[in-house]
Design a protein around this ligand. Structure first.
Ligand SMILES: Nc1ncnc2c1ncn2[C@@H]1O[C@H](COP(=O)(O)OP(=O)(O)O)[C@@H](O)[C@H]1O
Ligand SMILES: [Mg+2]
Length: 288
């Protein structure tokens, strides 16, 4: 007999026959240290994908300190928290943004995702099975090394780790890579160096991280791109409008375009065939 998750999976697969893309892709963006620019990267990258005609959603999984809604200048009345612990549906919590991307807000004051029971897990799966019109789900995780972050990394098609050149950020990025390795997660790890003065300095920072990861963990990491340090980011945060919209021709917008190009050019990494499939895998992992 089919279990509920399987039924949901086939439901979603059937629905997807009518959709424009048969592949659904999950990109998890993480960092060791907080404040390195994850959320700004997520938001601007999401908009750059949308401008290419892709259907994009952001899941704000920085539970407890979720703030994607603030950067997008939208009001999320409800969050995943309300879906799980109150009687809200996916339609209630889905937020449309002025940029054509969807947001599933994380909610502030959230407890650990791991604590949810079978009933809640099925509810989340059931609710997400209604969302089949997405090509890319970008997940903004919290900083650091929690079981949630590791699972979101494990079941992503693409993992982006953001750091800057500060030794503290680099050390924390290395710690995250170490934990990923310890959990036997064999993923391509794509690094974005934020707040760099230029490409040469970004490459220097990346090479430092690459060398220690190779030497101590025997892991090869990839350089995905860099963002320059620019006050436009701060201005855009204050204006609550993503910098790629406020300053579309700026150097930092170009940096986002380049990262977006590299990701889109890389289609072989897709393994999640539906949004429900992704959440299913995630919860199986959490329960083991
Ligand atoms: N490329 C950049 N240039 C200048 N300041 C930046 C840049 N990226 C981020 N910042 C600053 O760092 C702050 C934290 O960024 P944020 O994306 O919220 O980080 P995280 O999500 O990793 O905590 C921003 O509000 C902004 O002021
Ligand atoms: Mg953030």
């Amino acid at each position: 007999m089919k279990d509920q998750a399987e039924k949901l999976r086939s439901m979603v697969n059937n629905k997807k026959d009518n959709s424009r893309s048969s592949k659904f892709r999950v990109i998890t963006v993480s960092s060791g240290k907080g404040g390195v620019g994850k959320t700004n990267l997520v938001v601007n990258l999401a908009i750059s994908f949308q401008k290419r005609g892709l259907r994009v959603a952001i899941l704000d999984a920085d539970f407890g300190m979720a703030n994607v809604d603030i950067l997008l200048g939208v009001k999320a009345n409800y969050s995943i928290y309300d879906l799980l612990f109150d009687d809200k549906t996916i339609e209630d919590i889905e937020v449309d943004t002025p940029y054509g991307i969807k947001l599933f807000a994380g909610g502030r004051g959230f407890k650990e995702f791991d604590e949810i029971d079978d009933e809640k897990r099925n509810k989340l799966l059931g609710e997400f099975s209604k969302v089949s019109d997405i090509d890319i789900l970008i997940i903004d995780t919290g900083a650091g090394i929690s079981p949630n972050v590791i699972r979101f990394i494990e079941y992503a098609d693409e993992v982006i780790i953001v750091t800057n050149e500060e030794p503290t950020a680099l050390t924390d990025a290395y710690s995250l890579i170490k934990v990923i390795n310890k959990n036997n997660i064999d993923k391509n790890l794509d690094i974005v160096i934020n707040m760099a003065s230029n490409l040469v300095n970004a490459m220097r920072t990346f090479t430092t991280l690459k060398n220690i990861s190779k030497k101590f963990l025997n892991i090869d990491i990839n350089f995905l791109g860099y963002l320059i340090k620019d006050n436009k980011v701060r201005n855009s945060v204050i204006k609550q409008k993503p910098f790629i919209e406020l300053y579309p021709n700026s150097e930092i917008a170009l940096c986002i375009q380049k990262i977006s190009n590299s990701i889109i050019g890389n289609t072989e990494k897709v393994s999640n065939n539906s949004i429900t499939g992704f959440f299913n895998n995630l919860f199986k992992a959490i329960r083991r």
